[in-house]
Design a protein around this ligand. Structure first.
Ligand code: NAP
Length: 295
């Protein structure tokens, strides 16, 4: 079997196009332009690339970008004061604080200080609780992207055996909640799971969010399974260069799976598209407008 490629680039471009149209209609019909504030503290090179890409995507969607770059020496009190100012600013509908933060700052305290209505990363405990309770709330972007991708391969996830490898707060745990909401039967695995390959073999839908290059092997998969690879791992490439691989051994997995996301070009581009979607939804909710239903 050669797996069908779930093309995150095309699917995310389609979603971004829909968000851009919705932003245009908001501006034209209601005179409202969504605004997203991305806060970067310090000069972590990977974070700087993410923030640059986010700013570009925000501008392309027609939203307003309110980016704030603070020095690595910023105190927790100063960051909390900035969050309070952004919470109070009506032009700012979404706030994202790029993680990780420098060690003098308690990330949980900062996340909890964000107005839950503007928490477009979906990390605030109130949004986490709402999603876990089956209530509407802002959903973390990468898990939302995973589920949208899975639903391009299956019209319904109801009754499917889904296995999630990884239990982080930003990917594994929220993706489990979203899959439960889709009526999948979900197993979540982690570093203490016994006989991981056997558990993976049960999966009609496997989501890998581990952070270990090509860790999930082809023979761990059920033939025909759908594989969503969240991992982004830099490994040595040819000619002294590096390359990016996922958490799944792509070539092996492609000969067993029915559908699979590539890395790069799978989940990664969906994360930014879902950030735009969340900002657009947050803007509608804050203004009492119905949110367009396209994802
Ligand atoms: P994380 O916080 O480090 O969590 C990794 C999870 O994998 C943990 O739950 C850990 O288990 C589990 N794990 C580690 N080794 C394992 C093993 N040998 N067997 C089974 N489980 C194991 O990572 P994360 O933030 O969720 O990110 C995971 C990957 O996704 C990374 O490559 C990251 O770069 C990528 N990522 C991509 C995007 C995107 O936009 N595409 C967004 C976020 C993250 P324990 O809990 O037991 O330690």
């Amino acid at each position: 079997m050669t797996a069908r490629i779930i093309d995150g680039k095309t699917i995310s471009a389609d979603l971004r196009g829909k968000v851009t149209d919705a932003v245009h209609r908001l501006r034209r019909d209601r005179g409202v332009v969504p605004g997203l504030a991305v806060v970067l503290v310090g000069d972590n090179p990977a974070s700087e690339v993410y923030v640059r890409n986010k700013a570009k995507a925000v501008a392309e969607s027609g939203m307003h970008a309110f980016d704030r770059k603070l020095p690595a020496t910023t105190s927790e009190a100063d960051l909390l004061a900035l969050i309070a100012a952004l919470n109070a600013d009506d032009a700012v509908n979404g706030i994202l604080v790029q993680l990780p933060l420098p060690k003098q700052i308690d990330a949980q305290k900062v996340i909890a200080a964000i107005d839950p209505a503007k928490d477009v990363d979906g990390f605030h405990p109130l949004n986490v609780g709402r999603i876990a309770s089956g209530l509407p709330g802002l959903v973390p972007c990468t898990p939302l992207g995973c589920v949208i991708l899975a639903k391009t391969a299956h019209s319904s996830l109801a009754g499917m055996e889904a296995v999630v490898v990884g239990r982080s707060n930003i990917v594994g745990k929220p993706v489990v909640q979203l899959l439960l909401a889709e009526n999948a039967t979900v197993t979540i695995c982690h570093s203490k799971t016994r006989d991981l390959p056997e558990v993976c073999k049960r999966a009609d839908l496997l989501i890998a969010a581990i952070g270990n290059p090509e860790f999930v092997r082809g023979h761990w998969l059920k033939p025909g399974a759908t594989v969503i690879d969240v991992g982004i791992n830099r490994v040595p490439g040819t000619g002294g260069k590096s390359r990016i691989v996922g958490d799944v051994a792509f070539a092996e997995a492609s000969s067993v799976a029915g559908a699979i996301t590539p890395v790069p070009g799978g989940v990664g581009p969906m994360t930014i598209a879902c950030l735009l979607l969340n900002t657009q939804r947050a803007t509608c909710a804050q203004n009492g407008f119905p949110a367009p239903q396209f994802a």
